[in-house]
Design a protein. Structure first.
Length: 84
């Protein structure tokens, strides 16, 4: 069953990476919602904790990588936000 988790983890984590790359390259954060990113970050952190307690390597790896990606988007949103 863990192989199914790793397949799902790879797909869902990889799907998030192009957004991080695009935001990094363009520095355009206008379409990113900070409240959504913060809620997503907390949710992924909780999934990471859950994966740890379930002893699920696929959940731990996927959520650790996604947590880093979400953190980068939050950082970019704050750093590149246009102030009036």
């Amino acid at each position: 069953m863990e192989i199914i988790g790793f397949i799902a983890a790879t797909l869902t984590t990889a799907a998030f990476l192009p957004q991080v790359y695009k935001t990094w390259k363009t520095k355009d954060v206008s379409a990113l919602s900070l409240p959504m990113l913060l809620m997503f970050f907390v949710g992924v952190f909780i999934w990471l904790i859950y994966g740890y307690y379930k002893n699920s390597p696929s959940m731990i790896v996927a959520n650790a990588i996604t947590l880093c990606s979400a953190f980068l988007l939050i950082y970019f949103k704050i750093k590149y936000a246009k102030t009036p």
